[in-house]
Ligand binder design. Sequence first.
Ligand code: VGL
Ligand code: ZN
Length: 197
Amino acid sequence: MEKDSALLIVDIQNDFCPGGALGVSEGDKVVPVLNRYIELFTAQGLPVFATRDWHPATTSHFQAFGGVWPVHCIQGSTGAAFHPDLKLPPHAVIISKGMDPTRDDYSALHGIGPDGTPLPDLLRQRGVKTVYVGGLATDYCVKESVLEGIARGFTMVYLADASRGVNLQPGDTDKAEEEMARAGAGTASLAELAAKG
Ligand code: VGL
Ligand code: ZN
């Protein structure tokens, strides 16, 4: 990885894993992969950010209030907790998103850190220009984060081996990957990054 890189882990929460309220097929399969990415970035002294979908109990994001999703990732609930096998290092910065009760908001770049600082500012403060992104779900939060990062001038690299999609419609994950590539996102894999060291 370049010296100006960071790892952005998206929504590895119980509700997005099999058995959760909005379980993504094979969502838990990315956990050991992300743990290896975490090791690689940490070994190089690079920042790690982990987002969490962090909803109020009442939000237009949920079916009951006019939205498309079942209730999921309510602030403080077990469903909103990170998957128990995800090995976040002490230096990881937790980014919360989806708190606005009036809209769907998938982009991690709209999220805030523990002290309320928006993620783009946290990235700039650390000199980050290249963001490696993986997690759940490819066709929502991962895609929107990658597209918004590009729009804001960051170099965004999509990690397919660390991501899975919801696929409300069959093929949504493929479409999301095409959209990210068209917008200028790079791609990388664990094997490639591990080989480079
Ligand atoms: C997400 C669906 C609903 C995501 C969040 O983070 O990808 N997807 N809420
Ligand atoms: Zn959500």
